[in-house]
Design a protein around this ligand. Structure first.
Ligand SMILES: Nc1ncnc2c1ncn2[C@@H]1O[C@H](COP(=O)(O)OP(=O)(O)O)[C@@H](O)[C@H]1O
Ligand SMILES: [Mg+2]
Length: 318
């Protein structure tokens, strides 16, 4: 059993529904909950992992109700919070052992076997004896995943797993997550990295102010959108545009259009510029991305400013 279900899940803080009537069915997949800062992602995960009581609605993990059977929920899943930190005074092995003991794996031989196994999955065996103080950010994230895996959960919750990591570490974390999905585990991940979600999530949900606006595979969600044409020019918009070509925005010498058939519309669009005596320096056409879907759902200017203090604190603790 590796399911996550929510029905009408709601959390009200100070009179505001920060998670608002959420319905979810997730099983055997990597599910990405996407949304700007403050949209309710962490609150959702906290309710699903029994850390926060829902105001109304129900939810279950692995068939266990998060309110009535919270102990069973905690036994069957693991949660790596956004600002979890490994203990830098301990070795990699000791950090995982600590969790194994917390989870009540009493048999010494079994404990040893499990620790070896999860360190191996996360490719940390060689560095297991080193103090984690010496680990890179990516290695520490992997160690946190190893800790989360030591009690063999069927469902894994990850809150912003790649925040603060460099490109290479991000990719490797996603590769490990994909490997876990391959073992039948359900992975519920929050992120605001659209490119990563598009590439690695089987399905995503887009949440804004606690409301799930959009849900589906990245391919399903992008297929509803038009292609994008980008024109670099210092000329004005042509007086007459080809059918189905719609100007979206224009800034810094770049004009962006949407079109159902991007490559088919490019030549007519360039002709339209020429007809007005305009000059086009370069042009490109691309298909819609999850980022386009996200921007359309969330709307411009809705992204909360980057929370720099929090980020710095988090980095200090690492
Ligand atoms: N314990 C709390 N008390 C009051 N408001 C809270 C609490 N936790 C979160 N919030 C508010 O709920 C909203 C959603 O927060 P959160 O779930 O952390 O969003 P996200 O993880 O998407 O950034 C925010 O407006 C936040 O300020
Ligand atoms: Mg959050």
């Amino acid at each position: 059993m590796n399911t996550i279900e929510a029905d009408g899940l709601t959390k009200v803080y100070e009179g505001i529904a920060v998670v608002d009537d959420l319905n979810l069915r997730v099983s055997g997949e990597i599910y990405g909950l996407l949304g700007p800062n403050g949209s309710g992602k962490t609150t959702t995960v906290n309710m699903l992992t029994t850390l926060v009581h829902p105001t109304s609605g129900t939810a279950s993990v692995c068939g266990y109700d998060v309110m009535r059977e919270s102990a069973a929920v905690r036994r069957s899943m693991s949660y790596v919070p956004q600002d979890m930190a490994v203990d830098i005074r301990l070795t990699g092995w000791e950090n995982v052992e600590l969790f194994a003991k917390l989870y009540g794996i009493k048999d010494k031989a079994e404990r040893r076997e499990r620790i070896e196994y999860v360190l191996d999955i996360m490719n940390l065996t060689e560095r297991a004896g080193d103090m984690t103080k010496k680990y890179s950010g990516g290695m520490r994230r992997r160690l946190e995943l190893a800790q989360a895996l030591v009690h063999q959960p069927n469902v894994l919750f990850l809150d912003e797993p790649t925040v603060g990591l460099d490109v290479t570490s991000r990719r490797s974390i996603w590769e490990y997550i994909t490997k876990l999905r391959g073992t039948g585990m359900t992975i519920f991940v929050t992120t605001h990295q659209m490119d990563e979600a598009e590439r690695y999530c089987d399905r995503v949900g887009i949440i804004k102010k606690g409301v799930l606006l959009n849900e589906g595979t990245p391919a399903e969600l992008t297929s509803d959108l038009d292609d994008v044409i980008i024109i670099r020019t210092d000329s004005d918009l042509p007086r007459s545009l080809p059918d189905g070509v719609i100007p979206v925005k224009s800034e810094d010498g770049e004009t962006v259009f949407s079109a159902k058939d991007g490559s088919g519309s490019l030549d007519p669009l360039l002709d339209a510029y020429r007809a007005d005596g305009g000059k086009v320096f370069s042009s490109s056409v691309r298909g819609p991305t999850l980022e386009d879907v996200y921007m359309q759902a969330i709307g411009p200017g809705e992204e909360a400013p980057f929370d720099e203090d929090r980020f710095r604190n988090m980095m200090r603790r690492r």
